[in-house]
Design a protein around this ligand. Structure first.
Ligand code: ATP
Length: 322
């Protein structure tokens, strides 16, 4: 089952296509991250899915409904929520009053206390919106989004600008939504967050998908390197192992075959009559993979290059609920 099933979407704002016939599917109950550089087409695609923007051509089903159809859109509004990066709330209203009013738009809303409990904001029940910190405000945005018990939640940069503790709380909350069967579409430039939260990742560039898969698929399939490092022994400057460079007193080797490199380093140490200390092996992160992908294009064994449209290919690879 797909919460989102969009096929052959094009969008032309009048000066040529910015989405080139892309297909995008998100299985129900997954957290899907949509990544891409500025101007890639993320907002355009998301707003088409939300029903806030028209498409030029293609088919879109969101929770089985067409967001481009007025009647379907009215139903969708009660079944999905959108959390934008910045939301407008009346500063002079209390948290409780804003939640209460918002609840009145939905047929079976969460109670104010339940919503506040979910985002750990109970102690601010009577506080005015204008008195909330950025992190508390962000949690209120989420409480509002959760009030209608959405089946699908669009989240735009949920933790930007928050302190590490608030960030962790919000991530835990979003991760917990999966257990309730809520589907989440996340747009974020924080790839640590994406790696932690997302079941699947789709990367869009110039209006077309260039890679899709689980975060691990994307890292494995990328041209990003593992970094093997050790403390360079005194006086070996000119005689480091093959492929190593000296960086801040440490010998560093970039590789896609860490076992071979570690063996090489051990052999080198034996020949030099020295001991290796402070050896670290750091595999590439999603951040490294993403940068490598955008700089070099996806590697030949990337999740996206098996012939099918990338998003579709990855859906069968990553799809946990199929
Ligand atoms: N209302 C509009 N009218 C004309 N062109 C638009 C409009 N909105 C977006 N575009 C163009 O469509 C392309 C995709 O923009 P979009 O906002 O979807 O990208 P994005 O991936 O969300 O970028 P960002 O990360 O910067 O928000 C860009 O070339 C942009 O200039």
């Amino acid at each position: 089952m797909y919460a989102i099933n969009a096929t052959d979407i094009t969008k032309d704002y009048g000066k040529g296509e910015v989405l080139h016939g892309i297909s995008y599917r998100v299985p129900t109950g997954q957290i899907a991250a949509l990544l891409g550089p500025n101007g890639a087409g993320k907002t355009t695609l998301i707003e088409i899915l939300e029903g806030h923007r028209g498409r030029t051509s293609g088919q879109v089903e969101v929770l089985g409904l067409d967001p481009g159809n007025r009647r379907d859109f009215a139903e969708l509004r009660t079944r999905m929520s959108v959390v934008l990066q910045q939301t407008m709330l009346e500063p002079g209203l209390s948290v409780r009053d804003i939640l209460r009013r918002h609840a009145s738009y939905y047929p079976d809303p969460l109670g104010v206390d339940e919503a506040l409990e979910q985002v750990e904001l109970t102690e601010k029940r009577s506080a005015l919106v204008k008195s909330l910190s950025d992190g508390q405000r962000r949690r209120l945005d989420l409480a509002l989004a959760l009030t209608g018990r959405p089946e699908l939640l669009f989240l735009d940069e949920p933790t930007t600008g928050l302190d590490p503790v608030s960030r962790r709380r919000i991530r835990a909350l979003v991760s917990g939504l999966r257990e309730c069967g809520t589907t989440v579409v996340l747009t974020s430039h924080d790839l640590t967050e994406v790696q932690e939260l997302a079941d699947r990742v789709d990367v869009i560039r110039d209006g077309a998908f260039i890679a899709s898969g689980t975060p691990d698929d994307l890292v494995r399939g990328s041209a990003a390197f593992t970094v093997v490092e050790f403390a360079a022994p005194e006086g070996v400057d000119g005689r480091l192992p093959e492929g190593a460079e000296l960086v801040n007193g440490r010998a560093r080797i970039l590789t896609d075959d860490q076992d071979a490199v570690v063996e090489r380093v051990q052999a080198w140490a034996r020949d030099e009559g020295t001991r290796i200390s402070g050896l670290t092996i750091v595999p590439p992160s999603l951040d490294d993979a993403y940068v490598a992908m955008l700089e070099n294009g996806p590697a030949s064994n990337s999740a996206s290059t098996n012939g099918a449209a990338p998003n579709e290919a990855a859906t069968s690879k990553a799809g946990k609920s199929e």
